[in-house]
Write a protein that binds this ligand. Sequence first.
Ligand code: FES
Length: 344
Amino acid sequence: MSSVDHYTGPANLPEGHGPQELPERFENPGLPEHKPRMGDVDPKVDKRRERIVLALFGFSTLGTIGFLVAYFALPTGKDVETIHRSNLWLGLGLAASLLGIGLAAIQWAKSIMNNEEKVEERHPMASRPEVREGAIKNLTDGAKDSGISRRGLLKSAVVGSILLFPLTIAVPLIGEIGGDWNVSKLKHTMWKKGLRLTQDPSGRPIKASDVTIGSVWHVIPDGLDKTAQPLNEKAKAVVLVVRLDPRDIKSEQIPGASYEGILAFSKICTHVGCPVALYEQQTHHLLCPCHQSTFDVTNGAKVVFGPAKRPLPQLPITVDDQGYLVAQSDFDQPVGPSFWERLR
Ligand code: FES
């Protein structure tokens, strides 16, 4: 048996404390008496707290400077290691920048701003002129209470750190664009006539005879790692290869683009560019895990479900004289999300 007492209703209330005894209204207890903080009465403490806030804004500024230094001093190269290192230091700089501003704001509100509680009486919600004047006065008083008007150095620190912070977003954005405004290169990938299809990530060439019915291969172009920007090239050129029984193929995007039931499609989803990584062997559907766009491989990779608006572009393929799969050409349309094609 449990020894826990259960609530059994008003009958258990002590005598004289039934619900009917509760008063209709409680008296307003009012605000507790305001107790000044140490900083309110001791200028030395006030100064010390101001220095803490200054230090925190300074920390934020250092974080922003660190971010910018990391951005320029740690360029990303071909290997993933450089990307990890750059991201780590950019992240630390960004974190310090935001954390400094956040902590400084908290410290400022707790130790410098006026903390005396005030009661605002309810009044009809109307924008009469005197109400607006009152609001402006409240804002002016609030600015006075924050202490910013008489603390010039603090004002500079807060303005400086807040003005500097957007650089953490603007500089990488502008820097990544650089001087290269040639968007037409987004229409092309490194696929070209005769370039071998190789396994991702090993780079081993693929023999047509190794691609069995029902299998799916993740494919990159031969020589990808020797390009100047392999990750950028890979992001456009990755391909999925599947083999169907040729009798299952209802239609192709490009006549003659497949080889004995082997079809190659861009792996970049035409919705917003996630990798289409799932293949349903029974239905011959390629599925994008991001928003479930589904493409029918037997029917030119047309969209059968989900938000994508156009089929996955097909890469025309054939075999070379050694039986390895090769591209017949580049894609005949831009891969990925549909905004590039507007430029065509
Ligand atoms: Fe593929 Fe959205 S990115 S469905």
